[in-house]
Ligand binder design. Structure first.
Ligand SMILES: [Cu+2]
Length: 179
């Protein structure tokens, strides 16, 4: 014996009616006092809206440059794992943690090359840091250590690597984009 929707509908209609009555009463009270002040404010507005119209033009250019982003990066055998693969241009803080069993480092390389196509040094075991642009680097981080690395990044293509000898070649490299 379930009741149908009738009570709800009736109550809803009643509430709507009360709300409508209150609205009419409220509007009636306000009309006398509020209107003159409202029109005065409107009359002054045109001067206020002119500078406001210019502001939105500036804002889009300011926002990307002032962006501050944090990215968690986990280093392990043998992966570089950022929490996101792209960020807006600006100040980027990499919260780097060495989560494996041996030490690792993080190097932020600005390059259009693919993550697995960076030039190697004479040993053949590490990326030649003189042939690429390293814009940021942590120390060698022992297992369990962490470091905050803050860099200013312009829009472009990057690769995050660990450059402990042999680690790059076995997979510690990943693409990273700044937009
Ligand atoms: Cu490593």
């Amino acid at each position: 014996m379930k009741t149908k929707r009738m009570p709800f509908g009736a109550a809803g209609a009643l509430l709507a009616l009360i709300a409508l009555l209150l609205l009419v009463v409220a509007c009636g009270d306000d009309n006398g006092d509020a209107d003159p002040t409202a029109t005065e404010v409107l009359a002054e507005d045109p001067t206020a809206t002119e500078p406001a119209a210019d502001e939105p033009v500036d804002e889009p250019t300011d926002e990307p440059a002032s962006a501050e982003t944090s990215v968690d990066v986990s280093l392990s055998e043998f992966m570089v794992e950022p929490s996101v693969d792209s960020v807006p241009a600006g100040t980027v803080t990499f919260n780097v943690s060495s989560d494996g069993a041996i030490f690792h480092n993080l190097k932020v390389v600005a390059t259009d090359l693919a993550p697995d196509a960076l030039p190697l040094d004479d040993t053949g075991f590490a990326v030649d840091e003189e042939q690429v642009t390293v814009v940021g680097s942590t120390a060698d981080l022992e297992a369990g250590e962490a470091e905050e690395l803050t860099v200013e990044l312009e829009a472009g293509s990057y690769v995050l690597i660990c450059n402990v000898p042999t680690h790059y070649d076995v997979g510690m490299t990943v693409a990273f984009t700044v937009e």
